[in-house]
Design a protein around this ligand. Structure first.
Ligand code: GRG
Length: 289
């Protein structure tokens, strides 16, 4: 089974340590903090944060400087998963190989914990960088979450559930739900390295296509994967239109492969220095986890 590229292990360890410090255990009993840590620290590939660290390195920066914003992005991602799983949205009982947060802690605590993670994400950027990069990074993140990003994509997705969507609408939903945060992750890494506009644009194009491919494979794994592989209930998207409903299993895999090749083409200016990001794209095209 295609597994994560070998270099992930080292990055994941750094990211997991930093996330543990970002939301430390509560000093006195706090179900909200428990719920934040429950989802944030559960088993995850950490693809978005690794993308931030790799992008920073590719632009001459260091993982250490990129780590705070990489963690902020993982906190946003975890918050989005908690909200997405709620009964009023995707109604998913299983996430990251265990009960979803609302099953474990109830809906009220889960909504508050998601807000808590969002808040900590911004606070972490504000305290970790000088004023000018902090402002750029928070603006970037707000754009990715907001009205042309996660919130917009999720709104259109939820409102379309049970009905029909066009292929273009589906692509827009998935680009906003997943592609935009991937793009912000790569851009953030490049910005922490002081990259120029051309490098930022190339990495953003790479990540935007990678993110859409990642989401298409996510749809595919809902049909062809197992809960043991994906950590969530499978066949759960049957009431939704997905790329698999439009293109079939083989067509969706083909489309994801094409997008990954487009992503790799965007890396051409970096030459062989982009080997790790090329490997990540090859993994996404073939992934089963
Ligand atoms: C206010 C943050 C915020 C969000 C509101 C709920 C919502 C809008 C958006 C949901 C977006 C969403 C859940 C997109 C799905 C993205 C996706 C493919 C998730 C699975 O990602 P993996 O496989 O998961 O990287 P791990 O567990 O490995 O991190």
């Amino acid at each position: 089974m295609p597994s994560l590229p070998g270099f992930f292990v080292n990055y994941q360890a750094q990211i997991n340590r930093a996330l543990d410090e970002l939301v430390p255990p509560a000093a006195t009993q706090s179900p909200v903090i428990d719920a934040m840590r429950y989802t944030l620290l559960a088993s995850s590939k950490r693809v978005r944060a690794v993308l931030t660290l790799l992008s920073a390195e590719l632009c001459g920066g260091t993982p250490a400087r990129a780590l705070p914003v990489a963690c902020a992005i993982e906190a946003v991602h975890a918050a989005s998963l908690m909200l997405d799983d709620l009964p009023s949205m995707d109604n998913a009982p299983l996430r990251r190989g265990r009960a979803a947060a609302h099953v474990q802690f109830g809906e009220a605590v889960t909504v508050l914990a998601a807000f808590g993670l969002l808040n900590e994400a911004y606070a972490h950027i504000a305290r970790s960088y000088e004023a000018a990069p902090a402002q750029r990074l928070t603006t970037l993140l707000a754009g990715a979450i907001g009205l042309d990003g996660l919130v917009a994509g999720q709104a259109e997705d939820v409102l379309a559930t049970g009905g029909t969507v066009t292929f273009d609408a589906l692509e827009r939903i998935h680009r906003r739900k997943t592609g935009v945060l991937f793009s912000a992750a790569a851009t953030a890494g490049a910005l922490t390295a002081g990259a120029g506009a051309e490098d930022v644009a190339a990495l953003s194009a790479y990540a935007k296509n990678l993110g859409l491919a990642f989401q298409i494979v996510d749809d595919l794994l809902d049909v062809t994967g197992t809960p043991a592989e994906t950590g969530k209930l499978t066949r759960h998207d049957a009431r939704k239109m997905t790329f698999v409903s439009f293109s079939g299993v083989d067509g969706a895999r083909e489309l994801a492969g094409e997008l990954c090749r487009t992503a790799q083409t965007a890396l051409t200016p970096f030459g062989r220095r982009a080997a790790a990001l090329n490997e990540l794209a090859a993994f996404v095209a073939a992934r089963r986890l």
